[in-house]
Design a protein around this ligand. Structure first.
Ligand code: ZN
Length: 142
């Protein structure tokens, strides 16, 4: 499917490489399912994250939200793409899709497997149809 304003093949490779590297830092002793993510701002900066689990399971956080919140905490608000690396190239979970949607639905979502092969490229509005959001006037990103 066509993605508007998509990254170049090289930019995708770099973002996947950052997500793959972050996956190596995942703390996933319970699920044994390490995930890495890297989000690229519209200005070209990259913030990476890995899933961090906890003995109290719901306390842990997905890689995508670690990357997103790290970027947001650094003041970033505009994002162009996110890469997610899992064993088999799985898409982000619903909670992460919602978290990402806060900053715009045109985000390119790149899903790659543990070897770095890109399995799917999509957009957030495709992955999260009928997204929940605030009022138009309160959220200029929609
Ligand atoms: Zn998630």
């Amino acid at each position: 499917m066509p993605v508007k304003n998509e990254l170049s093949a090289e930019e995708r490779k770099q973002l996947v490489a950052a997500a793959r590297a972050a996956r190596g830092n995942a703390y996933a002793p319970y699920s044994k399912y390490p995930v890495g993510a890297a989000i690229r701002t519209s200005g070209g900066k990259v913030y990476a994250g890995a899933n961090v689990e906890n003995a109290s399971y719901p306390v842990g956080l997905c890689a995508e939200r670690v990357a997103l919140f790290s970027a947001a905490a650094a003041g970033e608000r505009e994002f162009r793409a996110v890469a997610v690396v899992t064993r088999e190239g799985a898409p982000p979970c619903g909670a992460c899709r919602q978290a990402l949607a806060e900053f715009g639905l045109e985000l390119e979502v790149i899903m790659a497997d543990e070897k770095g092969w890109i399995c799917q490229v999509s957009t957030l509005d495709t992955l999260l149809p009928s997204a929940f959001g605030g009022k138009e006037e309160e959220n200029p990103h929609r």
